[in-house]
Write a protein that binds this ligand. Structure first.
Ligand SMILES: [Zn+2]
Length: 221
């Protein structure tokens, strides 16, 4: 006995739903993110000249060499399960941090300028912690893009080298971008001018006079 048209319609709808659900969730992808926060170190042993040089080597923008916040981040990616037949890919990401604040040795401990620079660099650390708190969700989201499941379906295996390269490229891009949305808030010429006006101008002698033309030229590099 042929199925009633109504039944057939229902069956067709159910199939379509199943197929789309199956296609969208064909691969189960997971990434467990563990963050191990290292204790903050305050390094008061480097000169303005050394801190300025450290800025040139990378890390966060130095505040004209009087202070610098740097977080040395180690990220490890491990594939816990890659099952082409079961369409399951599970990874673990471990982020280990080592935050350091440099304060120029020219600024005496307990001085107003020292405290001012420390407070400023601690604000950079706050921004960095905000970024790190956002990273697990970001990592889970971009894991769906960077692990090429179409390629696994085609070849039957995960190309780990390529997966790692794409993962770390995206990790660095996202970490950098989220930081770029925050740190410049306190690293503006206005902010430096304000810092220079505090502590009876104690800090001002280490800060360059803000020159708009110069700042623009620098940004262009
Ligand atoms: Zn700053």
């Amino acid at each position: 006995m042929p199925a009633s048209p109504r039944f057939r319609f229902r069956f067709a709808v159910a199939c379509a739903l199943l197929i789309s659900a199956h296609c969208a969730a064909a691969w189960q992808i997971g990434n467990r993110v563990i963050i191990e926060h290292g204790a903050l170190t305050v390094d008061h042993g480097r000169s303005v000249k050394q801190i300025t040089a450290a800025q040139a080597r990378g890390g966060f923008k130095a505040d004209h060499g009087v202070g610098l916040f740097q977080n040395r981040i180690k990220t490890e990616l491990a594939f816990a399960e890659v099952s082409p037949s079961g369409k399951r890919l599970f990874a673990t990401t471990k982020i280990t941090t080592a935050p350091v604040i440099y304060i120029a040795s020219e600024l005496p401990s307990e001085s107003c300028a020292y405290k001012l620079v420390l407070a400023h660099e601690l604000k950079h650390q706050d921004y960095d912690l905000e970024v790190l708190r956002a990273m697990p969700d970001e990592i889970r989201r971009f894991s769906h893009d960077v692990f090429d499941t179409d390629d696994i379906d085609r070849t039957g295996a995960l190309n780990q080298t390529r997966a790692r390269n794409r993962f770390f490229q995206q990790f660095n891009f996202v970490y950098q971008s989220l930081g770029d949305m925050r740190h410049p808030v306190i690293d503006s010429p206005e902010s430096y001018r304000h810092l220079g006006s505090l502590c009876n101008g104690e800090l001002a002698k280490y800060l360059p006079t803000p020159a708009t033309g110069k700042a623009v030229a620098k940004r262009g590099k």
